[in-house]
Design a protein. Sequence first.
Length: 54
Amino acid sequence: MAKEISCREAGYDCDFMIRSEDENQLIEFVQEHARETHDTQMSPTDIRGAWKTV
């Protein structure tokens, strides 16, 4: 099953959303986006707690 995470659902005024069946790929992209766009760090645990299964 695919996992999805979006900045809007996390409370950010940002249109970033990613959906992937590859959990490692999703974590990598979210960490890169968080670092480059929001100047913040997200651990894999934080990301797993924020995504939803679609």
